[in-house]
Write a protein of this length. Structure first.
Length: 214
C-alpha cells in the first residue's frame, strides 16, 4: 500500500504540479515526501492525490495539491525561516511547510480539527510544527515576527495583525475577497511599507474570527 501511495505522490508531482509551473525543487520534494492520504478522511483516501479539494468535516476542506504547492512556493522559503499558517484544517499545508521552513506555527479555530491535525503531524514526527487552537485572524504574536505567513482561508480584507507580525522582507500569501471567489495575493514588507501582487483567482472557505467573516 505504501508503494502505491509513493507512486501516487510521484504522479501528483509529475502530472499535476510540474506541468502547471511549480518549479522549486524543495517544494516538489516536500510533496513527494508528505503522505497526503493521511490528512483526508478514510472515505476520501482513494481520491487523496487528485488535483481537487476534499472535505474534512466541519464545513472545511483540504485544498487541492496545486494550490497548496503554489502558495508554498510563493513564500520563497529557504529552510531557515519561522512561518505562520492561519487555518490548519487537516494539517497538510503545515506538514508541507515543515519540510520548507525551520519552524512552523499553525493556528486553527475549530478544536476538533486542531487536535486531529496535531495527532497526524506527531505521527509523521514533524517536530518543528506547533499547533495552536485560537483565532487565527489575530495571528500568533507569541512567536512573531514571521518571515512567511500563509492564510488557508479567505479574508474579506487583509487582517491587520498579520501585517504587524510580518518580519522585514517577509511575505504574506492569502486569498482576499468576497465569499465564494477571491484573488490570491502576495504582500511583501519593505521597511515600514508593503507591496502587493495579485496572482490568480481562487475559491477558499471563509476565514472565521475577529478579522474574518462573522
Amino acid at each position: 500500500m505504501d508503494d502505491e501511495q509513493t507512486q501516487a505522490r510521484r504522479r501528483m508531482v509529475n502530472n499535476q504540479l510540474i506541468p502547471r509551473g511549480i518549479r522549486d525543487p524543495r517544494v516538489l520534494a516536500a510533496f513527494e515526501a508528505i503522505p497526503r492520504h493521511l490528512f483526508v478522511p478514510p472515505e476520501y483516501q482513494s481520491w487523496a492525490y487528485d488535483d481537487a479539494p476534499q472535505p474534512i468535516g466541519h464545513e472545511q476542506t483540504i485544498s487541492q495539491p496545486y494550490i497548496v504547492a503554489l502558495m508554498s512556493e510563493l513564500l520563497s522559503l529557504t529552510g531557515v525561516e519561522r512561518v505562520l499558517e492561519v487555518g490548519t484544517g487537516s494539517g497538510y499545508q503545515a506538514a508541507i511547510l515543515a519540510k520548507l521552513a525551520a519552524e512552523v506555527h499553525t493556528v486553527e479555530l475549530i478544536p476538533a480539527l486542531a487536535e486531529r491535525a496535531r495527532r497526524t503531524l506527531e505521527a509523521l514526527n514533524l517536530t518543528n510544527v506547533y499547533v495552536h487552537c485560537a483565532d487565527g485572524s489575530l495571528g500568533w504574536p507569541e512567536a512573531a515576527p514571521y518571515q512567511g505567513i500563509l492564510v488557508a482561508a479567505a479574508a474579506p480584507a487583509i487582517p491587520p495583525p498579520l501585517l504587524a507580525q510580518l518580519a522585514e522582507a517577509g511575505r504574506l500569501v492569502l486569498p482576499v475577497g468576497a465569499r465564494g471567489f477571491q484573488r490570491l495575493e502576495v504582500w511583501r514588507k519593505v521597511g515600514n511599507a508593503f507591496s502587493n501582487e495579485t496572482i490568480l483567482p481562487v475559491a477558499f472557505v471563509p476565514l472565521r474570527g475577529k478579522h474574518g467573516w462573522k
